[in-house]
Write a protein that binds this ligand. Structure first.
Ligand code: 3H9
Length: 692
C-alpha cells in the first residue's frame, strides 16, 4: 500500500507515499482507509493527520487509472472520503506544495485543514476535459463561496494557499514546520464534538440564480468545442440548488459522462505526451549539463529577435549579432516595440520591461560573442550562408559553447561538419512568432553530444517551451509532415477548391488557421524558396504549381498586402481575391482538369491523413521517438486542435483501418503515389493496433 501509518503520541499520521505526486491510485486509497480504520480501533489515538510525502500533498486521482477497472475498484475515492468524513475521531489534512483535484477533494472530506503558505490549491480537472468528481464541486463552494469556487473549477487555475487563508477552507495556516503544527492542531481539536463536516455548511448567496445564468452565458461563449466547462457550471449550480447528496449524484453523473468523451481522452493524452517528450531513453535525467549563463543570437530579423526575447524573458543576457548597423538597430527597435505592446496590454510591468530590454544588447562583431555559452544561428535558410556562419562560429566561440542552428529544414549533420566540433552542434528550431509559440524542435545530429542534448532540453524548459527531440531529415518532424499537407492543399485547388473553402473546412475541424491563411502569415516566398531546392533534389515529388504562380505574381502574403487573399493596409483580415481565384481556375484549365465540387469532409481527410501517413514514416524511421512526440509537435507548433489530441492520436480515434481505407479511396484520384500507406500504418491497421 502506498500510504504509511505512524502513531505520534495521541495522533496517528497517515502519509501518502505514491511518488511522484501522491496520485490517489487504488493502493493509496486502500492505504488511507486502512490507516483511518486502524486509528479508529486504537484507543490511544485521539486524532488523525493526513499528509503527503515528497513534493505534494496530492496531485489528485491517478490519471493513468482512468478508464481502467482500478478506477472503479473499491475503495473508490468517494468511499475514501466517506470513511474519512464519517470517522469518529477528528481527521486533519496537513497540506503543503500541491493539493489538486482528488487531493483537494480528500482534504475537503477531512474535518479540519491546515496548510503552509505557498501551496498550490486547485481543482484542475477541467484542463483534462472532466470535472471534479469526488465532491469538489459540492464542497468547495461551501468553504470558499460560490463565486470563487466557480472560478477555480471552471478555470482550473491554482490559487496559493495564503490567498485562501481567510476562507473556511483552512482552519489554520502554519508558518513553521508543517507536521509539528498539524500534530499540535490535531491535539487541540482531539476532543471537539460534534466534528465539523463541510457538507453541512450552507451556501449563502441570495441572488444565485442571476449569477449562475451569467456564468452559463460567459462560460458557453468561452468553452469552444469543450463540453467540460459548462458541465462544471451545472455541477456547481447543483451545490446551491440541490441537497448535498443529490448534488453529489449529479456531479458523479456528469463526471462519468465527461470521462468518456474524446475531448477528455485527447487532453489526457496531451498531458502525458508533454511529459513523455522530455524523456530521452539514452540521455537520462541526471546526464551532466553545461551551464548556460549567456546567449548569442545570429540575426536580428523577426526570428532572431523572437528567439532573443525568450532568453531575456527567462533572465538570461543575450547578444544579438548582425552584419549591418541599420539591420541591428531595426531588430532591436522591433524587440523594444514588442515589449512596449505587451506593457500596454498590462502584461508587463515597467520594471520587467526595463530588465528584459536591458538584457538584450547588439553587436556587429563575432569576437564579442565568443564567450557566450550558447549561440543560436537564425540567418537565411540557405546551406551556403549557414556554412559561412558555422565556420566563423567554430573560429570564435569558446571551447564548450553550444552551437545551435534554427534551421527549419536543412541537414544539421552537414551544418555540424562545417565545424571541428560536431558534438557541440544541435538544431534548435523555434516556431514563428518565436517568443509566443510553445514548440521547440530539438534536432539531434548524428554526433550531437548527450550533454548538449540534455542541456538543450533543460534550456527549453527554462524558457517555457515544449522541447521535442527530432532526428535529422529534410524538415524534421513538423515541416516534413506539413509538406504533405500543403501538397494536398495545392492539389485541392487544382481539382476545384478555392483557398477560402479549404481554409474554412480545416478551421471548422479545429485548426487555428487553414493552410492558405497560414501561408500568407508566414510568407509564401519561404515555401517557394524551399520548393525550388526540392525540384532539384527530389524531382520525383510532384507539387501543384499554383503556389509558384502566386509567388511569381509577387503575392508573398501579409507582408506584401497580397497573397492567397487580399489585405488592406494595417488589417490582418483575409479577403478572398478574385485575381487569385481566376489564376487557380485558369491553371486547372491549362492542366485539362475539369473542376468539381469537393466536400469539406474530403478536404479535412486529405489534409489530416497526409499528415498521419508522413508521421507514420517519421516514426518508423526513428526520426520521432514516439507517436505522442509527433502529436506534441502539432499541438504546440502547428495549431492542431487540442481537443483532437494531435494527428496520430486523432488517427487512433478514427481507427487506423478507416484511415487506410480512406487513403485507398483517394489513391484512385490524382497523385496516387501520395496515398501509399506507410508500412507502419498498414501493419498497425492490419493488426488492429494504434500509434499511441
Ligand atoms: C482527479 O483528481 C479526478 C477527481 O476529481 C475525481 C476522481 C473520481 N496522476 O507535471 P510534472 C505525474 S483528476 C498520475 O512533471 P510538476 C506526471 O505524469 C486529477 N500521474 O511535475 C509525471 O510523471 P512522469 C486532477 C500524475 O512538479 C510526474 O507526475 N489533478 C498526476 O511540474 C511529474 O509531473 C491534476 O490534473 C496524476 N494526477 O507538477 C493535476 N499528476 O515523471 C495534474 C502528475 O512519469 N498534475 N503526474 O512523467 C499537475 O498539474 C502537475 O503534475 C503537478 C506537479 C502540479 C501535480
Amino acid at each position: 500500500m502506498t500510504a504509511e501509518y505512524q502513531v505520534n503520541g495521541a495522533v496517528a499520521v497517515i502519509t501518502l507515499a505514491n511518488p511522484p505526486v501522491n496520485g490517489l491510485g487504488l493502493s493509496t486509497r486502500k492505504g488511507i482507509v486502512d490507516g483511518v480504520n486502524k486509528a479508529m480501533n486504537d484507543p490511544a489515538v485521539k486524532a488523525v493527520v493526513i499528509t503527503g510525502a515528497g513534493k505534494a500533498f496530492s496531485g489528485g486521482a491517478d490519471i493513468k487509472e482512468f478508464n481502467t477497472p482500478a478506477a472503479m475498484a473499491e475503495p473508490t475515492l468517494h468511499t475514501v472520503i466517506r470513511v474519512v468524513e464519517n470517522a469518529e475521531k477528528p481527521v486533519v489534512a496537513a497540506i503543503h506544495s500541491v493539493a489538486m483535484g482528488g487531493g483537494l477533494e480528500l482534504a475537503l472530506g477531512c474535518h479540519y485543514r491546515v496548510a503552509v503558505p505557498g501551496a498550490q490549491i486547485a481543482l484542475p480537472e477541467v484542463k483534462l476535459g472532466i470535472l471534479p468528481g469526488a465532491g469538489g464541486t459540492q464542497r468547495l463552494p461551501r468553504v470558499v463561496g460560490l463565486e470563487m469556487a466557480l472560478n477555480m473549477i471552471v478555470s482550473g487555475t491554482p490559487v496559493p494557499s495564503e490567498k485562501l487563508a481567510k476562507t473556511k477552507l483552512f482552519d489554520q495556516m502554519i508558518d513553521g514546520d508543517l507536521m509539528q503544527g498539524a500534530i499540535a492542531f490535531a491535539n487541540k481539536v482531539a476532543d471537539a464534538r460534534p466534528l465539523p463536516k463541510v457538507r453541512n455548511i450552507r451556501i449563502d448567496y441570495p441572488n444565485y440564480e442571476g449569477f449562475l445564468q451569467f456564468s452559463r452565458n460567459t462560460v458557453k461563449a468561452m468553452a469552444g468545442p469543450f463540453p467540460a466547462p459548462l458541465k462544471c457550471v451545472e455541477a456547481v449550480a447543483a451545490a446551491v440548488t440541490q441537497k448535498f447528496d443529490e448534488g453529489i449524484r449529479i456531479e458523479r453523473e456528469l463526471f462519468l459522462e465527461l470521462v468518456q468523451t474524446n475531448e477528455s481522452k485527447a487532453l489526457r493524452h496531451a498531458f502525458f505526451a508533454e511529459r513523455a517528450a522530455s524523456k530521452i531513453p539514452d540521455v537520462p535525467e541526471d546526464t551532466p549539463k553545461r551551464e548556460i549563463k549567456s546567449v548569442a543570437v545570429i540575426g536580428a530579423g523577426t526570428m532572431g529577435g523572437g528567439i532573443a526575447m525568450n532568453f531575456a524573458n527567462a533572465g538570461i543576457p543575450v547578444k544579438i549579432l548582425e552584419m549591418k548597423q541599420e539591420a541591428l538597430d531595426k531588430g532591436l527597435a522591433t524587440i523594444r516595440k514588442n515589449y512596449e505592446n505587451t506593457m500596454k496590454k498590462g502584461k508587463l510591468t515597467q520594471e520587467k520591461f526595463d530588465q528584459r530590454v536591458g538584457l538584450i544588447t547588439g553587436t556587429l562583431s563575432y569576437e564579442e560573442i565568443g564567450q557566450c555559452d550558447i549561440v543560436v544561428e537564425a540567418v537565411f535558410e540557405d546551406m551556403g550562408v549557414k556554412e559561412t556562419v558555422f565556420k566563423k562560429l567554430d573560429e570564435v566561440m569558446k571551447p564548450g559553447a553550444i552551437l545551435a542552428s534554427n534551421t527549419s529544414t536543412l541537414d544539421v549533420d552537414k551544418i555540424a561538419a562545417f565545424t571541428k566540433r560536431p558534438q557541440d552542434v544541435i538544431g534548435l528550431h523555434f516556431f514563428s512568432p518565436a517568443n509566443v509559440m510553445r514548440l521547440l524542435e530539438i534536432v539531434r545530429g548524428a554526433k550531437t553530444g548527450k550533454d548538449v542534448l540534455a542541456t538543450s532540453m533543460a534550456l527549453s524548459k527554462k524558457i517555457k517551451k515544449t522541447g521535442v527531440v527530432s532526428g535529422v531529415c529534410d524538415g524534421f518532424i513538423g515541416n516534413r509532415m506539413i509538406e504533405q499537407y500543403s501538397r494536398q492543399a495545392g492539389f485541392l485547388l487544382e481539382e476545384g477548391c478555392t483557398p477560402e473553402q479549404v481554409d474554412k473546412a480545416v478551421e471548422k475541424f479545429g485548426f487555428a488557421m487553414g493552410p492558405f491563411r497560414m501561408g500568407d502569415l508566414a510568407g509564401n516566398d519561404i515555401g517557394w524558396y524551399i520548393r525550388k531546392r526540392r525540384y532539384v533534389e527530389k524531382p520525383e515529388v510532384t507539387y501543384s504549381k499554383t503556389a509558384d504562380l502566386l509567388c511569381e505574381m509577387g503575392r508573398f502574403g501579409q507582408k506584401t498586402s497580397a497573397g492567397w487573399y487580399d489585405y488592406k493596409p494595417g488589417d490582418r483580415k483575409a479577403y478572398p481575391s478574385q485575381m487569385v481565384n481566376d489564376m487557380i481556375v485558369k491553371h486547372s484549365a491549362d492542366l485539362g482538369i475539369e473542376r468539381r465540387k469537393v466536400s469539406d469532409e474530403e478536404i479535412v481527410e486529405r489534409l489530416v491523413y497526409a499528415l498521419v501517413n508522413e508521421g507514420a514514416r517519421i516514426l518508423e524511421e526513428g526520426i520521432a521517438m514516439r507517436a505522442s512526440d509527433i502529436d506534441m509537435v502539432y499541438l504546440t507548433g502547428y495549431g492542431f486542435p487540442v481537443f483532437r489530441g494531435g494527428p496520430m492520436f486523432y488517427a487512433d480515434t478514427v481507427g487506423l483501418p478507416n484511415v487506410v481505407m480512406a487513403m485507398q479511396k483517394y489513391a484512385r484520384g490524382s497523385h496516387a503515389e501520395a496515398w501509399t500507406p506507410a508500412p507502419l500504418l498498414k501493419r498497425l491497421a492490419d493488426e488492429g493496433k494504434t500509434f499511441n
